[in-house]
Ligand binder design. Sequence first.
Ligand code: SF4
Ligand code: SF4
Length: 137
Amino acid sequence: MPKKKVVLNFPPHLIDQPIIYRLIAEKGLRVNILRARITPKKWGSMVVGLNGDKAKVEAGLTFLRDLGVEVELLAEEVKWREERCIHCTACLTPCPTQALYVDRATMIVGFDKEKCIACELCLNVCPYGAMEIAAGQ
Ligand code: SF4
Ligand code: SF4
């Protein structure tokens, strides 16, 4: 099922509107909120994963833009090359979503693809090239 990760920037007058609810209920999309910063009366931002068939995703993006939401597509996927990772944990601090995490008992680093927003902050941090850009879906 096609999936797009997008950054949504909400102008202040839309902050208290049920836009995500309408995206689900009216546009038939599954919405996975990966990160959100919402403050009353200020610009808010959200990183979401949109799941649905291509036409529904496109209709949902048009709906958002028509409302006045700024939409930025995160087209790339970031891939973790586990075989290159030496579990040094250098990438954990810059990762804003905890997609990269460490099991404190074993000190083994893991990667939760569903949480990754492809911000690329880990790419330059990893000294072993274990984080790579992969083709988007
Ligand atoms: S690209 Fe890297 S730093 Fe950004 S969310 Fe994904 S794993 Fe974390
Ligand atoms: S910085 Fe690179 S080698 Fe170190 S834990 Fe993260 S992915 Fe693994």
